[in-house]
Ligand binder design. Structure first.
Ligand code: IVH
Length: 704
């Protein structure tokens, strides 16, 4: 090759690289703009589908050219990084709390104190007091560099990786008038809708429900797997900026500026030039708080001028220029008319109090959960009692106590039911669980109907024209007794029952037919084994490949699948030990449902890594970390978070921490490269633990 040709090649290579770099930058900008429109402005301009396409394109380019992957790329929001231990970080500015008041008198006193110190006119800024977890986020040159929790106010936990997954928090700022370095503080919260959905999913797979959005947000922020955090759709309002050179000398104006930099600032911020206007704001939000899409527990009042804030100063714990007015917990008393017992899809019994209807927090409350036998015992609630009902952070109103002064002297202690109210089967209660269960899975009506509803639900078999009502009608008419019967339904049956128009019936039958093509992992999720959610179903499907291998699995082999604990493993064994279940599965197989991975899925999967556990560390060229982990699972291996003597391999990418390297070497865990890994899964011999080539790999280090 001539020199001129070679230099042309080199020039071309650089040009192409430049254009890829440019494309990545352009896509990143475009995606962040859409994130801003959607999550901050609540005004999306493209469909979710179009958005996903853009993100997919970006991720593909970044995977092909990891040298262009930027730390502020929107692809980082998908998560995937594991934080083993959250580092403790000292706050640059201590994270103080606020003085609390519960009464208008206290607020008037606060205002009087301010008046006395300031002498001149002053202005307040009223804000909502978001009920979540405080966070301090540092930006340098417009890039998010660190996010730290409040901790003890002096030191907090570095949760940067998880915070980066929150789509309303900008990774890179817009505009130019922000300080070169600053900290912005705010509250991370979980919108009520997101919380409700999580609980709905948990209910479906028989997991205990989460108590409230605040605790869930706090728990989520400290999760080790940022990919799970990303899926939990946390959100964040920002309420304070700390820097030496802010663009304005007033809090309100700075927050407005921060909005232009891309931060989510509440639209309910309001200036008040006297305490009366503050009272109006309090009143308004005490009444309207239930209309918000997130929880608030009060209102915060702050002096707007920084100069006046400086004059007022701080006490040891909190600023003198701000105060939190906390709403009183909304509490009423009413009569508990009766206690009824509901049976859920998994057979779990929930005692429910029927109340004399009463207005609480803007809604008419007629029922409240009593949770379980222990709670009833602890509160000693009885039918006919006058009870106190509260609406705190929890969505469902709670009975918090009994007004003993109003108890009827003839009232009788509540005796918890011993038999199922639906099918009269004797209830069971295991040591570890708070709830009673009805064990009659195959014939207890709400369990059977609930299981069918789950089976046809969108994320399972997706027969959307078969709603709960139709299922109930078909069940009551004796036409369907289990999921397999759905595939025996005839047009005449449905026509009779539902008095549906012919077109709807045809739709329903088409939906049933189409469900036969739904992939194995969704069928596995649909059959409703306790504790098996979508993710676990997928893992099991790829690990065992077909239903018969799963059915024959032992406790030990189930525990080898990543993230499957003893409770889940035992639930799987119990499911297949029940002849009714295996009979239904055989019938469903006969009807033509997918009970094995498809050919295409099999091509990407094998047993080659069965029994082997991997730690993935660093940045890779040929895989994203997520894809690498997926490849491990699809080939039967298990991902673990940290290196121990039980780890079989560490797959090391670029920038693997020296600490990990040392630990692996000390414990004698082989460190392999991604190419070694590719060799491992592309070799022909299936399922052999340590082949000759494995032995070779064991002696390799990433650079050898
Ligand atoms: S300002 C110097 N504004 O309430 C104190 N705090 O004790 C600066 N909070 O955990 C706090 N909404 O995270 C401020 N609009 C708001 C707030 C707010 C919620 C939380 C904050 C802290 C607690 C105050």
């Amino acid at each position: 090759m001539r020199l001129s040709e070679l230099s042309a090649l080199v020039v071309n290579f650089f040009k192409m690289n430049e254009s890829i770099k440019h494309k990545i930058e352009q896509l990143s900008k475009q995606i962040e703009e859409h994130n801003f429109n959607y999550y901050v402005n609540a005004a999306p301009v493209i469909s979710d589908f179009e958005f996903d396409k853009l993100l997919e394109e970006l991720i593909k380019l970044e995977n092909e050219h990891p040298e262009f992957l930027q730390p502020d790329s929107p692809s980082q929001r998908v998560g995937g990084q594991i934080t083993k231990e959250f580092l403790t970080v000292k706050h640059k500015y201590p994270m103080l709390s606020l003085g609390n008041t519960y009464s208008e008198e206290d607020l008037t006193d606060f205002d009087e104190r301010i008046k006395k110190v300031l002498v001149t006119d002053y202005e307040y800024v009223c804000e909502l007091k978001y009920d979540g977890v405080a966070i301090g986020i540092t930006y340098k040159n417009g890039i998010l560099v660190q996010a730290v929790t409040r901790g003890d106010g002096e030191k907090g936990d570095d949760v940067t990786t998880n915070v980066k997954t929150i789509k309303s928090i900008p990774l890179k700022l817009r505009g130019t008038d922000f300080p070169t370095e600053f900290e912005i503080r705010g509250e991370i919260f979980m919108p009520r809708k997101v919380f409700d959905e999580i609980n709905k999913d948990r209910e479906e797979i028989g997991e205990p429900l989460l108590a409230n959005p605040r605790n869930t947000a706090a728990g989520t922020l400290k999760m080790q797997d940022s990919a799970v955090v990303a899926k939990r759709n946390l959100d964040c309002f920002l309420y304070a900026i700390l820097a030496d050179n802010l663009p304005h000398q007033h809090h309100y104006e700075n927050l407005k500026a921060a909005k232009n930099w891309g931060f989510k600032i509440s639209e309910h911020l309001q200036k008040a030039n006297n305490i009366q206007n503050v009272f109006k704001y309090l009143d308004k939000w005490d009444k309207q708080r239930n209309d918000l899409e997130f929880d608030i527990d009060g209102v915060v009042i702050k002096i707007n001028s920084f100069e006046q804030q400086r004059i007022l100063g701080f006490t040891a714990k909190s600023p003198r220029w701000a105060i939190a007015y906390k709403f009183k917990t909304q509490r009423v008393s009413t009569v508990l008319e009766s206690i009824v017992y509901q049976v859920g899809r998994t057979g779990s019994i929930t005692p429910v109090a029927n109340l004399k209807p009463v207005l609480l927090a803007g809604t008419m409350v007629k029922r409240a959960s009593l949770h379980n036998a222990d709670i009833i015992e602890k509160l000693d609630v009885r039918e006919g009692d006058t009870v106190f009902v509260e609406k705190g952070g929890e969505i469902i109103p709670k009975i918090i106590g009994v007004d003993q002064s109003k108890r009827d002297i003839f009232s009788e202690k509540t005796i918890y039911i011993t038999h199922c109210p639906e099918c009269a089967t004797e209830l069971v209660r295991s040591e570890a669980e708070a709830n009673h269960y009805c064990p009659n899975e195959s014939a207890c009506p709400p369990q059977v109907k609930g299981r069918m509803e789950h089976f046809v639900s969108r994320r399972a078999l997706d027969i959307d024209s078969l709603g709960a009502e139709t299922i109930a009608q078909l069940y009551d008419a004796g036409l369907i007794k289990n999921c397999a019967d759905i595939y025996k339904l005839k047009k005449e049956d449905i026509l009779k029952i539902d008095r549906m128009a012919e077109k709807s019936v045809n739709n329903l039958l088409a939906g049933i037919e189409a469900s036969k093509k739904i992939p194995f992992e969704r069928v596995l999720y649909g059959i409703g084994i306790r504790h098996i959610g979508e993710t676990t179903a997928k893992k099991l499907a790829y690990y065992f490949k077909n239903i018969d291998s799963l059915k024959n699995a032992t406790l030990e082999s189930l525990l080898e699948v990543g993230d499957i604990g003893e409770t889940t493993a035992k639930a799987i064994l119990a499911f297949f030990a029940d002849a009714d279940n295996t009979e239904i599965i055989e019938k469903l197989k006969g009807a033509g449902l997918q009970f094995a991975l498809s050919g295409e899925q099999m091509v990407n999967s094998s047993d080659k890594l069965k029994g082997l556990s991997f730690v993935v560390s660093g940045v890779f060229n040929k895989f994203s970390r997520d894809d690498l982990k997926k490849a491990i699972e699809q080939n039967g291996g298990k991902n673990v978070g940290s290196i121990s003597s039980k780890t079989n391999y560490v797959i090391a990418g670029d920038n693997m921490g020296p600490e990990k390297h040392r630990k692996a070497e000390k414990l004698g865990v082989p460190i392999i490269t991604e190419d070694d890994f590719i060799k491992m899964i592309s070799e022909n011999e299936p399922g052999v633990r340590r082949t000759e080539s494995d032995e070779k790999l064991i002696n390799q280090t990433p650079n050898s």
